[in-house]
Write a protein that binds this ligand. Sequence first.
Ligand code: BES
Ligand code: ZN
Length: 641
Amino acid sequence: MTLLRNIALLAALALASCRGGDADGNAAASSQAQSAIAPILTTPDAVDTASFARPLEARVHHVALDLAVDFNAKRVGGTATLDIGRKPGAQQIILDDKGLEIASITDGGGEPLPWKVGAADEKLGAPLAVGLRPDTKRLVIKYKSAPDAGALQWLTPEQTAGKTRPYLFSQGQAIENRSWIPTQDSPGIRQTWEATVRVPAGLTAVMSAPKSREPITQGGESVFSYRMPHSVAPYMIAIAVGDLRFRELGPRTGVWTEPAMLDRAAGELADTEKMMAAAEQLYGPYRWGRYDLLVLPPAFPYGGMENPTLTFLTPTFIAGDKSLVGLVAHELAHSWSGNLVTNATWADSWLNEGFTTYFENRIMEAIYGPRRAAQEAALSFDDMTDALKEDGQGAPITRLNLSKEEAVPDGGATGIIYDKGAAFLRTLERLAGRQRWDAYLRSYFDRHAFQPMTSALFLSDLRNNLVKGDKALESKLQLDRWVYQPGLPSNVARPDPAAFAAIDSAVVAFARGGPVPSAFSRWTTAEKLRFLNSLPRELAAERLNALNGTLRLNEAGNQEVLFAWLSLAVENRYEAAVQPLERFLTAQGRGKFVRPLIQALAKDVQWGRPIASRIYARTRPLYHPLVTRDLDELKLAAPAP
Ligand code: BES
Ligand code: ZN
């Protein structure tokens, strides 16, 4: 157990020891990095097959970017200065590169270094090998990103709320940042970083780190500087540029968004400061300084992204009644699970997402009470059950710790990683007792702050600090069964059966031909979702008419409710929902909504596929490359000329 950690620390020291001094003769930008160089784990399960880096030979520990954002060329370009450490005698360092246009690589003193880009893999990009001289401690890379860089989405003014200025944002997780930053793009290789960014005057650049200088505007451009003093996984470096305004929410929290969105965004996010306090109460201090949120244009492909100090959010969470702020609790919770303690590889992303789904629910309970939390936990349990049913209880992809081949690091199938992961932690809570479990989890974040984590390391930490040789508890927990086996262990903590009792009766009544539930409009969002998602999947047009007529579902303002309704409507070829569907698919590009709807249409060759072709031909330019990458596979016909 402790052996694992000792090996890891030795490896870290070996690499850190070659840091000191500055043979490049450059003033030490690296010495600005405050936190210690984060260790590299050395166990076989910590080897990241989604990166070309070989961190035990040579590793990056600090990245300094000096970039200009060119909206016309759709490129960011400039220099990346990397401070590195290495094993004595290592003659090269391998970085990750996806389509970067590299002009030159020199050491800190300006002497050219030999470099070569290896064969490219479609998903992973290519290894960028840079030759090192015995005294090389710094690389200076002059480069540009390609116009089709996977991490970057360039929005035209029409795709923004204000319609007059362009917009750029990045999405690094999981392995996209290598398309705009030449570094070792692996979550186990933590790096401090800083950036200076030049943008056209009038636009604002925000990044996932504290501001290090006041912005200046001069000669038609504005310059922004940020610096992250903690070692972070490189997927956590993020940028957005647009016509942005800021409004304070509380002493440590605030929201950035386009001017037209500011009031609605700030209203929906009013509880953020309270959520922070609740999270700290549960699992220890928030260690990142400020917590701001950026509400993006509707093309943002995810619900949210936990970029440190600056969570990115879809505008589709704005319902007007805070009913979808579980998303905010989720991204905030990642400030502990994910950003502080980070999966070392994407095969263990349940350590990020499962922990966070659990922690999210604890924050929701603290702020909105046990009833809402129990309902949301029950929905998560449903999502898990659906995934297990779909994949089959014995399928290897229903394990929490995935094999390297199964680990698809794109946030796709969430029923296992997120919901089975959360069910595991709920089970641990129930069997150990909340008090004991909370004390353990808090100490886990303290012990592993700013470090990578694997399934095996978590289990050994849990055994050392929670189970502590209690044989009865150990056998009750079924730890290895949960983490390494497919399907659902028998000790799973089931959701409170009372959570949806009334809703489930209403479903049964309606399915038998009974009335549309008159209480629907007074239900919580979770109740509405449970109702719509539990209805028989086959409904006659007359029954759908009854639902739509009474509940005005085609006009639902809550985007999760609208999505649940449209999914049901598509399954039943409900004509009256086609127009609202088209509006929905044009108004936002969130992958979780857009993918399944268009895929369901496309599967229905007779009725749905022509509709999908027509809509997608129009909406494709609005969607993020991560979304079109999947939808293009459907090979929908191009529109008639
Ligand atoms: N970190 C994820 C998003 C992600 C995961 C991006 C994997 C790329 C690869 C984020 O925290 C998340 O889970 N977002 C969810 C919302 C959440 C409430 C379930 C989403 O975007 O839907
Ligand atoms: Zn998440």
